[in-house]
Design a protein around this ligand. Structure first.
Ligand code: FUL
Length: 471
């Protein structure tokens, strides 16, 4: 923040430094990869023979490069899915990659991907399914303390910095369970003892964001269809009877304006119909245009976009997915490379002494513009000098000081009058509006409702180029 001497007081819950960093990532990848890739299943039963796991052309380089081409800033790997097969040579179970033909039992997919991400400048995260349909111990307390926690400990100790840990709420009951082939029920409220496990994560990797339905650091958005609610507040109140796998998904979609905790939403969805690669879905890969729509409806509503791109049986990102990612990434880059508001003359109805509205144009999260305490509904006009054509507007609050704005609107100057072209409730870390292409000389922001004096870090205008045809 630029103006430590005259900062407004924070409002409500505020993000931790760890969450602030997470907010700046905005888009990252999910990699669903395991024996399911070879059995054509979405949920393995736990009795899969490790011999089937044999990605003969596995290339961490090709996988990470494909994600990077889409501008994705990190990758989260399914180190273990519900079938229990571990993609690293864990000491906790024999049901792991050492028992597979991959690199003659000497392979370590977690290690290869973690290293490649680091090399190419992406962060790395781990998905470790709590439900384990292979483990004979599943359902007993030892499974949680000796297997699940130990697996996490290995992942958080041996693979460098981890930016996020992913703990899903799926628990289907039946499984192989070491040959017992029975249905095991657990009590979701107590069995996993999440607070103890998450405390261990804090100790081993204090920078890692803990994701589950309810946080601690980031929450599920309540749908896997690729959008956030509108509004989507960074805050939410988790009730005493709510927990992982036990919370109304509608509540997660929007959060709560006056929520007691800062637990922002993450939008997880897949580039294909399924989470794992299936030959029959090669024709159903989402187009760059569809990915852009998901981007606007997730990142553009203040959530993060967790895009699943599953490696195929060769151990590569399939050509269809890779080409869609590449076009999407180039489109994003082109769109946001030129802020058309740069050079505009800014007139604010009020400015807090010591701050300056010009910081709204510099594209930085660190600098901001504030109003005086008594001014809750300021206006800010960009005089563009000459007519400029744009179709995307980006607004960011300086979220280090909390989510302060309740509602804002954008007007353009046309035929000697202001016309409202966009409006929203939640702004938060990022609000994107895509409007029909517009040419004007003046654009105005109106904060129409705020809980306390606004603190904004960006007000920018962009023009999307034409999306190339695909495939
Ligand atoms: C869910 C799982 O059941 C799906 O297979 C997938 O991994 C998704 C991201 O989370 O809970």
């Amino acid at each position: 923040m630029g103006y430590e001497s005259n900062l407004p007081a924070p409002y409500g819950p505020i993000p931790s430094p760890r969450q602030l960093k997470w907010h700046t990532l905005e888009t990252y990848a999910f990699l669903h990869f395991t024996t399911n890739t070879f059995t054509d299943k979405e949920w393995g039963y736990g009795d899969e023979d490790p011999a089937i796991f044999n990605p003969t052309q596995f290339s961490a380089k090709q996988i990470v490069s494909s994600l990077k081409a889409a501008g994705l800033k990190a990758a989260i790997l399914t180190c273990k899915h519900h079938d229990g097969f571990c993609l690293w040579p864990t000491k906790t179970t024999k049901h792991n990659i050492s028992a597979s033909p991959y690199k003659n039992g000497k392979g370590d997919i977690v290690g290869e991907l973690a290293r490649e991400c680091q090399k190419q400048g992406l962060k790395f995260g781990v998905y470790l399914s709590p439900w384990d349909r292979n483990s004979a111990l599943y359902g007993s307390p030892e499974y949680v303390t000796k297997i699940y926690c130990e697996q996490l400990r290995e992942l958080l100790t041996d693979y460098g910095p981890i930016f996020e840990t992913w703990h899903d709420g799926a628990n289907g009951g039946d499984g192989y369970y070491g040959g017992k082939r029975e249905s095991r029920q657990i009590d979701r409220t107590t069995y996993y003892d999440w607070p103890t496990t998450w405390q261990m994560i804090r100790e081993l990797q204090p920078e890692a964001c803990i994701w589950s339905d309810i946080g601690w650091d980031a929450r599920w958005v309540g749908t896997e269809r690729g959008f956030a609610g509108d509004p989507c507040w960074h805050t939410i109140t988790i009730g005493p009877n709510e927990g992982v796998g036990q919370i109304d998904s509608k509540k997660l979609l929007s959060g709560a304006r006056d929520g007691k905790s800062w637990i922002p939403a993450e939008v997880d969805f897949s580039i294909r119909p399924g989470w794992f690669w299936h030959e029959k879905e090669n024709q159903s890969v989402k187009s760059p245009e569809q990915l852009m729509k998901h981007y606007l409806e997730s990142v553009g509503r203040g959530a993060s976009m967790l895009l699943n791109v599953p490696p195929d049986r060769r151990g590569l990102i399939h050509e269809s997915d890779a080409s869609s990612l590449k076009i999407f990434g180039a489109h994003l880059k082109k769109t946001f490379s030129k802020n058309l508001a740069v050079g505009a003359k800014l007139t604010a109805s009020n400015t807090r002494p010591g701050s300056d509205p010009k910081h709204l144009l510099d594209g930085s999260w660190e600098t901001a513009w504030y109003t005086e305490d008594r001014v809750l509904t300021p206006e800010l006009t960009l005089e563009l000098g000459r007519p400029k054509t744009f179709n995307i507007i980006r607004l960011r609050e300086a979220v280090a000081l909390g989510q302060r704005i309740d509602e804002a609107a954008i007007d353009i100057w046309q035929n000697n009058a202001w016309i409202e072209v966009a409006k929203a409730q939640s702004i938060g870390s990022c609000r994107l509006w895509r409007i029909p292409q517009t040419t004007t000389t003046r654009v105005r922001l109106r904060v129409t409702r705020a809980a306390t004096c606004p603190a904004l870090s960006s007000f920018e205008l962009f023009l999307e180029p034409l999306m190339p045809t695909w495939p």
